[in-house]
Write a protein that binds this ligand. Structure first.
Ligand code: F6P
Length: 255
């Protein structure tokens, strides 16, 4: 529309799409760092992008965080014109209950009238626990659903912010700081070059799985997340869809 033309948003979308080789970019006006309701707009824009990409039967894998929680709030019952199942992308990675993928999937299912599944596994698992989890039928079932997801929705966070929010132990905290991690997504920490410098060991979706996912939609806004978004997109094994805000977009284009 005309407002997007005048404010140069359309032009910014085209530039970011080209520079970062993305499938699509949607920018909402404002900066969610300073204006909280901009996050709701990110949610709404994500819902529109999701709807455009639904097919007959959909398995949608979702990560945690406040942005994904905002997405859940904006979903509406018109999703159920298609068959939709929401599954958490990975085992709980240290978030507060309201921001956990399990909770968000339940909310998404409630809002849309679709179905959801839960994955009750802790953040970091030992090798032994990991192997026994993988043999557990209820878990195996959900893992199979995750790996056949045709859509992945996820947040991106600043590395240090996320490490602190997850109460990461001192040893891993040092590792993350020393490696100069700037971004985080799916429990993977990235440096500015987009290299993985640390990874939370949990079951579920792994970064390499994204290469075979038809639609990967990243939702992250706020000028403070620009470095994180860039680091993640450098390593993303897939032409993602990016839903962001003007605050992050302006910073992204400066780099
Ligand atoms: O912990 C789940 C997660 O999706 C992270 O991978 C991501 O960095 C973070 O949440 C984003 O959280 P928020 O949307 O609250 O910034």
């Amino acid at each position: 529309d005309i407002m997007r033309e005048i404010s140069g948003i359309n032009e910014m979308e085209a530039q970011i799409k080209k520079r970062m080789q993305l499938q699509d970019v949607v920018i909402v006006p404002g900066n969610s760092d300073s204006t909280p309701w901009v996050k709701e707009e990110l949610g709404r824009a994500c819902a529109v992008s999701m709807k455009k990409r639904l097919i007959g039967k959909n398995i949608i894998a979702v990560t945690g965080g406040t942005t994904m929680a905002a997405v859940a709030e904006t979903l509406t019952p018109d999703f159920t014109q298609k068959e939709v199942l929401f599954v958490p992308a990975r085992g709980g990675i240290g978030e507060d209950v309201k921001n956990q993928a399990n909770t968000i999937c339940a909310k998404m299912a409630e809002q849309t009238g679709a179905k959801h599944r839960v994955l009750y596994v802790p953040d970091e698992v030992s090798k032994e626990v990991y192997q026994s989890f993988m043999r557990e039928p209820a878990i195996k079932d959900v893992l199979n659903l995750i790996s056949s997801a045709n859509m992945v929705l996820h947040g991106i966070g600043d590395a240090i912010t996320m490490a602190e929010r997850r109460k990461t132990n001192q040893e891993n905290m040092n590792k993350i700081i020393e490696a100069k991690a700037v971004g985080e997504a799916f429990g993977y920490y990235f440096n500015e070059e987009g290299e993985v410098v640390h990874k939370v060991k949990t079951i579920g979706l792994q970064l390499k799985d994204l290469a075979k996912t038809e639609h990967v939609i990243a939702v992250a806004g706020g000028a403070s997340k620009a470095k994180a978004i860039r680091s993640y997109l450098r390593s993303a094994p897939h032409a993602s869809v990016l839903i962001t805000d003007e605050g992050a977009a302006r910073e992204l284009l400066k780099g």
